[in-house]
Ligand binder design. Structure first.
Ligand SMILES: NC(=O)c1ccc[n+]([C@@H]2O[C@H](COP(=O)([O-])OP(=O)(O)OC[C@H]3O[C@@H](n4cnc5c(N)ncnc54)[C@H](O)[C@@H]3O)[C@@H](O)[C@H]2O)c1
Length: 320
């Protein structure tokens, strides 16, 4: 914007990448600072909310990140070869224009990756550490954007899981299926309201280096010449293993997520909760053409130390 044309509002039209870029542009243009000043610790200084921002109107064109509902902006921090983010309530858009007409041209793999991101948002916020088990901050101003699972976020997460299980495959195989596309966009917004308060945990924390350390994977249907592991793909590749591991902390919630996805859990043993949820997720991954594990996107066992090191610093999500 030129100085002679002062602007009163930001409008972001696009997927999560575009909406998050607008959030960061608004923050740094209004309260100039070094890049890492507002970035979550320990990568950045995590300075508290500097104040109000100009209104941001978000128009999502993928279904989707739910970024139109959250106070979070995620970006690739190239020196670390991992994504990281800024979390401030002031970043939250004042309005989201959630219109399925805007997702009509989404290529099948983009729809699949962004839809599996929605699923993981919802399952992660349902299985995140409960808000009452987090250490309380010294003052409400220091309360993190991600607060842990709570009775209100649970409602949004549960409904989003059911909707993804019902509509994701249809929305990726038939772009003319308006009902499925509309439901997926709404599910993305529902999951966004849920995880924007509860937070996400290990599948997202582990996804940031998977995307950031990409070598030569180029996904079909993405307009890119440079290697890229799409966000939703990097998340969902970790999810089955994570939920097998986290289920022991709260088998009931993991079984509930599997039931909401359509699994028969009537006779399920609590010790099988993780395997049952992982199985339901893997079935959806197969139906939507996801690669079979990290090896299929270019990683080898020797990469695990580097992947772990870049996950451990994602305190915003690993603490949940
Ligand atoms: N802020 C948040 O709360 C939040 C939550 C989850 C993810 N994210 C971030 O969002 C980013 C991912 O966003 P995304 O999954 O929406 O993908 P994206 O914005 O990166 O878009 C993916 C691809 O789809 C194309 N595209 C987008 N809309 C289209 C349409 N309607 N028709 C045709 N092509 C279209 C884009 O040009 C791009 O090539 C990641 O950086 C992720 O970390 C942010």
């Amino acid at each position: 914007m030129s100085q002679s044309m002062p602007h009163g509002v930001y409008v972001a039209v696009g997927g999560g990448s575009s909406i998050d870029t607008a959030k960061a542009a608004s923050l740094y243009a209004t309260y100039p600072a070094e890049l890492l000043d507002y970035v979550n610790p320990p990568v950045g200084k995590g300075l508290p909310d500097p104040g109000e921002l100009k209104p941001l109107v978000a128009v999502p064109t993928t279904a989707g990140t739910g970024s139109e509902t959250t106070g979070v902006a995620i970006f690739d921090y190239t020196p670390l070869h991992a994504k990281t983010g800024i979390a401030h309530r002031a970043l939250r858009p004042v309005l989201g224009v959630v219109d399925p007409n805007n997702t009509r041209g989404v290529p099948p793999l983009v729809a699949a990756c962004s839809g599996l991101d929605v699923l993981s948002h919802a399952v992660e916020s349902l299985t995140a550490l409960p808000f009452c088990q987090r250490p309380a901050p010294d003052s409400p101003a220091q309360r993190p954007a991600y607060q842990g699972s709570n009775p209100i976020s649970d409602i949004w997460a549960r409904r989003a899981i059911e909707m993804v299980a019902r509509y994701l495959v249809r929305s990726t195989t038939d772009p003319s299926d308006d009902e499925a596309r509309g439901a997926m966009l709404l599910a993305a917004t529902f999951a966004g309201i849920g995880f924007g308060n509860a937070g996400v945990h290990l599948p997202h924390g582990m996804s940031y280096p998977v995307s950031g350390m990409v070598r030569n994977f180029i996904p079909a249907g993405y307009r890119t010449r440079r290697p890229l592991i799409p966000h939703g793909m990097s998340v969902i590749l970790n999810s089955p293993a994570v939920f097998r591991f986290t289920a022991q902390a709260d088998p009931r919630r993991h079984l509930e997520a599997a039931r909401l996805m359509g699994a028969d859990v009537a006779e399920a043993r609590t010790e099988d909760a993780g395997e049952i949820l992982a199985g339901a997720i893997i079935a959806l991954m197969r139906q939507t053409g996801m690669p079979n594990g990290l090896k299929a996107v270019g990683y080898a066992p020797e990469d695990s130390d580097a992947l772990v090191a870049r996950t451990i610093v994602q305190h915003r999500v690993t603490k949940l």
